[in-house]
Every structure is written in structure tokens, then in C-alpha cells.
Design a protein around this ligand. Structure first.
Ligand code: ATP
Length: 315
């Protein structure tokens, strides 16, 4: 089955002055998928999204959205909705104005869906937007993103201030509505566990570089844990790349890069240690510690040759 890439990024660089914030990034986003853009604070997620949405120029490389460069390209931007925290509204704008003007900007605007979501999020429509609570402001942005039915919808941490019930409703609506009306969705989030059932693909960024780019199902095999006696673990994983080490007395749990192959399983059985799977959140968290001397320094434990970061777990 052939796939169409709505977004194609090749060798993307972005710098502010002498600081490189994105370096040689390559990734594609397939049409009609929900992709998570994940990574630690300052990794470069908002910068990537702003470049895709034509709001930031790049410093180098190629970016194509719907087959064209998005920067200052009205045709490309007409098919896109970028939902971000810092969205500005005209002074004195109310939610009712947002609902009224939505169809001016988005060809596929679904007014019935917007009204339904206003009810679901219990949003006051006649209150001025600048008077809304943090969570209510996020709800307005989510409603715009959902009701726009834009062929490419980009959500940059859309949930700030939203309560757990509202977040659950957002995820339910996003899943149901994107099944009924397929479109391409890119979402950055730190609440990875919450959205792991929603995402089909993940692109993980660390310090402006891509560290993971795969289907969520494949990501389950991207790493594994080994838990048990610290010395036994060292014998099992000594020639593997350890992403993260957590120790408690003589016990340890390490997160190891790659799939748990037959060789590792045999060694684990021989040394009486347990192999486990790694959830998406832990995986992203482990990749965020790669080659991070600061993380190792917190515990005073020097990183070993294959070990990226070591943390002492204290009770
Ligand atoms: N206008 C700017 N001038 C200078 N540096 C900037 C500018 N905008 C972003 N940066 C830097 O670029 C890097 C990436 O920022 P970005 O906002 O893309 O990160 P992020 O992954 O979205 O982070 P978070 O998860 O905290 O929202 C950061 O180090 C940030 O300080």
C-alpha cells in the first residue's frame, strides 16, 4: 500500500544567532495519521511546528507541506490549523466570536461540532477570552483545532490547564472525529501515557536532533528493561547500550536500547534477572537522558562507557 507524506522534512536546521536549536532533522508525516512529536523541554518541538506552520523561517534544509514550502505560502496554510498556547485573539473577543469567524478561515469548519464541544467543555461563550481561565483558554484552542477539520492540524501542548476529565474528552473526540473525517494530526505533548493509545507514530527529538521516528507498535520493541541484582545485570547488558540506570541498594533496573533478543533472554535467565517491556513515556524519558552528564551528576555516579545516565532511587 503506498503512503502519501503530507510533511517532508530533510536536513532541517534552525539557529538563533550562534545557537543551533534544530540540527539536520529528517522525518516525514504520513497522511491521515496521528503523530506525536515528543521530547524534553527545549528539545525543539515548538520550533519545528512553527516552521511547518510557516510562522518561522528555517536556517537550512528542506521542508515540504502538501508538496510545497509552507513559509509565507497562503495555499499551504489554508489547509492547516496550528493550535498553540500563545494564540492571540483581538481585544474583547469572546468564544462566540471565535465560533462565528471559524468558517472564514477554515473551509471544512464544522459548526455543529464546535457547538457540541462548547457544551462538553462547559465553556461560557459570552465571556471575553482574556477573562477565561487557563483551562478554558485551552478548550477554545482545542475547539478551533477540532472544528477546523483542517487536512493538517498541529496541536502544540493543547491541554495546559485542562482538567483530567476535559483532557479525556478531548482525546475521545479527537480519535472518533479523525476516524470519521480522516486528517493528518501532529501533536506535541508531555502527557505521553495519556495519549499513547491515540498515537500511531512518534518522532522523538532531543536537543534539536531526532532520536526516534517510528510507529508506536514498533516503539514497543525499541528498548527493554532488565531488573534484578546490579552485578548480575552488568553481566547481562555489559555489551549493550544502556539508556538509563536506576539503582536502589544492590538492586538495579536498566533501560536498554534495542529489542530483547534471544541472546539477552538466555543471559537474563542464566543470571536470574527479569526482562520487561518499556512504555512509551519511559522510552521517551530514557532517550531524553542519552549522553546527559547532568543526569548522572545528580547521583554522583559516573556514567559507564555504555551507560548514558544513572539515577539513584531513594525512598
Ligand atoms: N526566538 C528565540 N530566540 C532564541 N532562542 C529560542 C527562540 N525560540 C526558541 N528558542 C530556543 O530554542 C530551543 C527550542 O525551543 P522550543 O520552544 O522549540 O522547545 P520545545 O521542545 O517546544 O520545549 P517545551 O517542551 O518546553 O515547550 C530552546 O532552547 C529555546 O530556548
Amino acid at each position: 500500500m503506498s503512503t502519501t507524506n503530507v510533511v517532508q522534512v530533510a536536513g532541517l536546521n534552525k539557529s538563533y544567532g550562534k545557537t543551533n536549536v534544530l540540527e539536520s532533522l529528517d522525518f516525514n508525516i504520513e497522511e491521515n495519521t496521528i503523530t506525536g512529536l515528543l521530547g524534553r523541554n527545549g528539545a525543539g518541538k515548538t520550533t519545528i511546528m512553527s516552521i511547518l506552520a510557516g510562522q518561522e523561517p528555517r536556517s537550512g534544509g528542506r521542508v515540504s507541506v502538501f508538496g510545497a514550502d509552507p513559509f509565507e505560502n497562503a495555499d499551504v496554510l489554508a489547509n492547516m490549523c496550528f493550535v498553540r498556547e500563545s494564540q492571540k485573539y483581538p481585544e474583547d473577543f469572546k468564544t462566540s466570536h471565535v465560533l462565528k469567524t471559524g468558517p472564514w478561515f477554515f473551509e471544512n469548519w464544522d459548526a455543529a461540532l464546535a457547538d457540541e464541544l462548547v457544551e462538553v467543555f462547559r465553556l461560557p461563550v459570552t465571556t471575553r477570552i482574556k477573562k477565561l481561565s487557563r483551562g478554558q483558554l485551552s478548550a477554545v484552542a482545542i475547539i478551533v483545532g477540532m472544528a477546523s477539520r483542517a487536512p493538517l492540524t498541529i496541536f502544540d501542548e493543547p491541554y495546559l490547564g485542562l482538567d483530567a476529565t476535559a483532557r479525556g474528552l478531548f482525546y475521545d473526540y479527537l480519535l472518533r472525529d479523525s476516524m470519521k473525517h480522516p486528517r493528518t494530526i501532529l501533536m506535541s505533548t508531555h502527557l505521553i501515557d495519556e495519549v499513547s493509545n491515540l498515537l500511531e507514530k512518534v518522532v522523538v527529538i532531543d536537543r534539536g536532533r531526532k532520536v526516534l521516528d517510528m510507529g508506536v507498535d514498533e516503539a514497543r520493541d525499541a528498548a527493554f528493561t532488565v531488573a534484578g541484582g546490579a552485578q548480575a545485570i552488568e553481566s547481562v547488558v555489559h555489551d549493550r547500550k544502556v539508556l538509563r540506570t536506576q539503582t536502589l541498594g544492590g538492586l538495579a533496573s536498566v533501560t536498554v536500547d534495542g529489542a530483547a533478543d534471544a541472546d539477552i533472554r538466555a543471559r537474563a535467565a542464566a543470571h536470574g534477572v527479569e526482562i520487561g517491556s518499556v512504555g512509551l513515556q519511559d522510552l521517551v524519558s530514557a532517550y531524553g537522558l542519552i549522553d546527559d552528564p547532568a543526569a548522572a551528576a545528580i547521583t554522583g555516579a559516573p556514567p559507564a562507557r555504555h551507560h548514558a545516565a544513572t539515577e539513584e532511587v531513594t525512598r
